[in-house]
Design a protein around this ligand. Structure first.
Ligand code: ADP
Ligand code: MG
Length: 280
């Protein structure tokens, strides 16, 4: 049984002191914890076992294999009779979501820097056959509270390893960031993550969601039609390069959608963007 190797037979409580709340997700809670021996501070993601075992196993397997500066590192796994505890690298800068709420929206320079970190992490995941599937500003965390802090991708609860020809077929976590092919019930691939990054880029630059509608059904229809625009005056001063990348990420046809690796080479991400110049 491949997971048992990673599960410690010691008790979590013997090794760590549980600290205050860091956050909560749909399926878990995350607390600060301190290694009693070394006083190192880490994060403990506590998942109740009533959550489908399959999801948890996949999450553990994926996280243990990953090692990248823009991906939250999994250090250890503990198991109690009713919980699984993932000991994660502690990040202290808070969620991308909270900084967007505080700042309203980002300058192009700051947005490009943030999106570069996200694309770097996602290109790494995709290279390793991992699709995140739930990319949104709540799952993208700042390493620390400094202004120049790097971003790290967290929460692989919905992701899974795909083989070269294996397509995935599950429902999307959060509608606003969900690719049209998922809503249409079509088969989908890692390109769904790029769509989500397109939505995140749009939000970073404007402060609002591209497909938002109070009526969820209307929102779904807008996503499936790719019905968004740059008409708000908020977009007047945004470079053509930024809009060009968003268009390429929010492309309905997933086969024509830009890949994470290609997007990393886009002039807007590389910081070579010139305002008003259209790059093809
Ligand atoms: P879920 O799978 O339930 O969505 P997440 O992994 O997204 O759980 O964690 C929920 C929240 O906990 C995150 O949005 C974040 O605020 C916080 N969090 C998660 N991992 C860490 C970490 N390594 N360090 C600090 N805070 C974290
Ligand atoms: Mg989450």
């Amino acid at each position: 049984y491949w997971i048992s190797e990673s599960i410690k037979d010691r008790l979590f409580e013997d090794i760590y002191e549980l600290g205050n709340d860091l956050g909560r997700g749909a399926t878990c809670r995350v607390n600060k914890c301190e290694h009693i021996g070394t006083r190192q501070c880490l994060a403990a993601k506590i998942i109740p076992k009533k959550v489908k075992k399959k999801i948890v196993k996949t999450e553990i397997g994926i996280l243990l294999k990953l090692n990248h500066p823009n991906v939250v590192r999994l250090k250890e796994v503990y198991e109690t009779h009713d919980e699984i505890i993932l000991v994660l690298e502690l990040v202290t800068g808070g969620e991308l979501f909270d900084r967007i709420v505080t700042q309203g929206h980002y300058s192009e320079k700051d947005a490009a820097k943030a999106i570069k970190d996200v694309l770097t992490a996602v290109a790494y995941l995709h290279d390793n056959g991992v699709v995140h599937r739930d990319l949104k500003p709540e799952n993208i965390l700042y390493e620390d509270l400094t202004e120049n802090s790097a971003l790290k991708i967290a929460d692989f609860g919905l992701s899974q390893i795909i083989g070269p020809d294996v397509m995935m077929h599950t429902v999307c976590g959060t509608p606003g960031y969900c690719a049209p092919e998922i809503l249409k019930g079509q088969k989908y691939t890692k390109s769904i993550d790029v769509w989500s990054i397109g939505v995140i880029t749009y939000i970073l630059l404007s402060g609002y969601e591209p497909f938002f509608d109070n009526n969820e059904r209307v929102m779904y229809k807008r996503i499936m039609k790719g019905d968004y625009n740059f008409e708000s005056e908020l977009w007047e001063d945004v470079s053509e390069n930024a809009k060009d990348l968003i268009r390429k990420m929010l492309t309905i046809d997933s086969k024509k959608r830009i890949t994470a690796a290609q997007a990393l080479n886009h002039p807007w991400v590389r910081g070579t963007a010139t305002k008003g110049v259209h790059m093809e």
